[in-house]
Design a protein around this ligand. Structure first.
Ligand code: TYM
Length: 344
């Protein structure tokens, strides 16, 4: 495989409140990767409209995710932060990928099956084609590394399949672009640590999600200290004590989840956390978790609220990021058109 310059890309949808799952599964990694890589972080507004959105609500959610990125420690000057719809090349490459990806590949996507449910005939075509747009988001920059939570793994595998098929199908006209026979890298998912799949606080078998009707199922980045304390104290557990070893978490999804959350927030392993709290009762552990969650999320929520009131600043970050993103995407898209045989 040809060598590509390391470049990180990831995206977050502007739909509803950002929660602890988004933070631990993705945004914490975004922040960390800034130290070692060039990074592009995108508010994926075009993905959001695969289901119906209220325009005013969407506008404010785009700004809210931007504020969250910055409040969590993403530096939009050194790296790139922007909203997807500003860079038309995402949509342009997505069309090409709609013609590369096979129906059978998309038919296997479990997230589509879950989201469409029994109402398949009535969901948008965009919801079905969504993973091809996601592949375009990454590959329009020829990004090499993609930090995401576990739920995006299958979409990342599809992105690799699309990149590989494009490289194979057009190998002959790709050669002159200088990476041997590969125009696109096969992007590598970065799914690591103890909280790649944060579960609902009310049901350890369900993913923590923006769309869960119960707000008690998740910790939002903007929750107050009191709300965090209440939600953690109400979090479902079971009657047994906390185990001292990982093996003791088997068949206890809620306990496993709270242990993973604690470990990720304090940046230690689950083993380590169980060594400290194992054998003790839940109220001691939950009190420690409340203190930790408030210490970590409190300042982020405060900072978000501060920045969120400054629309002019947030919009200027997005426009500046959009311009810099386009400068990378445009020559790549021009090359793709040439490879395909388009005249431009
Ligand atoms: P989205 O907006 O649903 O979620 C944003 C990020 O948060 C992660 N995440 C979680 N991680 C752990 N536990 C959870 N309960 C949890 N819930 C969400 C997601 O895995 C994701 O990393 N399709 C993507 C957005 C996207 C994208 C991209 C990502 C569009 N284009 C290109 C990477 C590269 C999505 O809907 O994420």
């Amino acid at each position: 495989m040809a060598q590509f310059k390391p470049l990180v890309f990831s995206g977050v949808q502007p739909t509803g409140n950002l929660h602890l799952g988004n933070y631990l599964g993705a945004i914490v990694k975004f922040v960390e990767l800034q130290k070692t890589h060039e990074c592009i972080y995108c508010v994926v507004d075009m993905h959001a409209i695969t289901v119906q959105q209220d325009p005013e609500q969407l506008r404010s959610s785009i700004r809210e995710v931007t504020a969250a990125f910055i409040a969590c420690g993403i530096d939009p000057k050194t790296h790139i932060v922007f909203n997807q719809s500003q860079v038309a090349e995402h949509a342009e490459l997505a069309w090409v990928f709609n013609c590369v990806a096979r129906m059978g590949w998309l038919n296997r996507m479990t997230q589509f099956k879950e989201k469409a449910g029994k109402d398949r005939e009535n969901v948008s075509v965009g919801l079905f084609a969504y993973p091809a747009l996601m592949a375009a988001d990454i590959l329009v920059y020829r990004a090499t590394h993609v930090p995401v939570g576990e739920d995006q793994k299958q979409h990342l595998e599809l992105s690799r399949d699309i990149a590989q098929k494009f490289n194979n199908d057009f190998a002959a006209s790709i050669e002159k672009y200088g990476h041997g026979d590969a125009f696109f890298p096969l992007p590598e998912p970065l799914i690591q640590g103890p909280a790649t799949r944060v579960m609902s606080l009310r049901d350890g078998t369900k993913k923590m999600s923006k769309s869960d009707p119960s707000d008690n199922s998740r910790l939002n980045l903007t929750d107050s200290a009191d709300t965090i304390a209440q939600k953690v104290r109400k979090a479902k557990t079971d009657p047994e004590a906390l185990p001292s070893e990982i093996a003791g978490l088997a068949g206890r999804p809620e306990v496993d989840n709270l242990t993973g959350i604690y470990a990720a927030l304090v940046d230690r392993s689950k083993e380590d956390v169980l060594r400290e709290f194992g054998g003790g009762n839940f109220s001691t552990f939950k009190n420690a978790l409340v203190d930790l969650a408030v210490a970590k999320l409190g300042p982020i929520g405060d900072e978000m609220k501060k920045i969120a009131s400054d629309n002019a600043y947030l919009d200027s970050v997005l426009v500046d990021g959009g311009n810099r993103a386009r400068a990378i995407a445009a020559p790549n898209m021009k090359a793709v058109k040439d490879i395909l045989g388009f005249i431009s």
